[in-house]
Design a protein around this ligand. Structure first.
Ligand SMILES: NC(=O)c1ccc[n+]([C@@H]2O[C@H](COP(=O)([O-])OP(=O)(O)OC[C@H]3O[C@@H](n4cnc5c(N)ncnc54)[C@H](O)[C@@H]3O)[C@@H](O)[C@H]2O)c1
Length: 289
């Protein structure tokens, strides 16, 4: 019935579908003349992914750039940041800068926030991705191995989120924070007392940020990847990799795109009612939890 919001929603949706098929299939050349086909969902937005010079972080930066978001590539070494920033800028045509920053150093993090404010005027998406492993059985785990993993994987997201919070709260269509945790933080893998504790802690942190800033329109979620092929996991012994592969019901390791596509969804308008969530992307490894 006309006037009914559902009716109007459906009608508008049908009209949009018709316009899309008209533009794409029925008359692409005519459509090109009146419709800006280059418009992308994240055009004019800015994203910062920590640890984005390589691996999962780089894939996330690329997927957000492919939808038009300008990029801050943040990692430990300036040359790594610059190389990735240049490749992303050339491939996706977005403004991209590289910032060398150790996420456990608050002076580095505050300087990065100042630079982002000056260069982009704000921040829309923050992805806390930088993370490290220092596996050892608890009996043999050194205090330094505990400290450095907790610092990078948990204190890092605290410092970075805090430094960028005011910019994220001012983001026009609502800021987004995505924290890259791990299924280890859910399961507690042997040999990972430090890593599992840090990733569990990151889930708690995610829920607090989600609650504290929901009224400011800021959404915060965590992703728990399972076994994903990257430099981090390539360094594991072959026998361990084979065991990990066997533990995945889908029968294969994850690829970086399996993770980055979910981050992109969480940053999109389609995820506007999702906050404080923990999403497993693990090929079914933790089915049942
Ligand atoms: N690969 C997996 O199977 C897997 C599974 C679950 C969770 N994760 C998580 O995903 C994230 C990315 O993992 P990856 O496999 O791409 O790792 P990776 O080692 O390939 O990349 C991590 C990046 O973070 C950067 N980094 C490390 N310490 C940093 C610091 N102090 N400051 C700034 N940058 C720093 C590194 O230089 C590197 O570029 C990590 O948080 C990891 O714990 C990975």
């Amino acid at each position: 019935m006309k006037g009914d919001p559902y009716y109007d929603g459906v009608t508008i949706w049908r009209r949009v579908q018709f316009k899309r098929s008209f533009e794409k299939e029925l008359c692409p050349s005519f459509a090109f003349s009146f419709c800006d086909m280059s418009e992308k969902p994240f055009q004019g937005k800015t994203a910062l992914v920590t640890g984005s010079a390589r691996g999962i972080g780089r894939a996330i930066a690329e997927d957000l750039a492919a939808w038009g978001a300008n990029q801050v590539i943040l990692d430990v070494k300036q040359e790594d940041c610059d190389r990735t920033a240049k490749e992303i800028a050339e491939t996706y045509g977005v403004k991209t800068i590289g910032i060398a920053c150790n996420v456990i150093n608050s002076a580095d993090v505050d300087a990065a926030a100042e630079r982002v404010k000056n260069e982009f005027g704000g921040l829309d998406f923050l992805v806390n991705n930088a993370g490290i492993l220092r596996d050892n059985l608890l009996l043999r785990m050194k205090e330094e191995e505990w400290d450095v993993v907790m610092d990078v994987n948990l204190k890092g997201p605290f410092l970075v989120t805090k430094a960028f919070l005011s910019m994220l709260m001012k983001a026009k269509s609502g800021g987004r924070v995505v924290n890259i945790s791990s299924i280890s933080g859910l399961l507690g893998q042997a040999g990972q007392a430090n890593y599992a504790s840090s990733k569990s802690g990151l889930i708690g942190f995610t829920k607090v940020v989600a609650r504290e800033y929901a009224k400011k329109g800021l959404l915060c979620n965590a992703i728990c990847p399972g076994y994903v092929r990257t430099d981090l996991t390539d360094a594991l012994p072959d026998a361990v990799k084979e065991e990990l592969r066997k533990s995945v019901p889908l029968g294969r390791p994850g690829e970086v795109k399996d993770i980055s596509r979910v981050v992109r969804f969480l940053c999109s308008d389609d995820a506007g009612f999702i906050t404080g969530n923990v999403i497993r992307v693990d090929g079914g490894t933790v089915i049942g939890m």
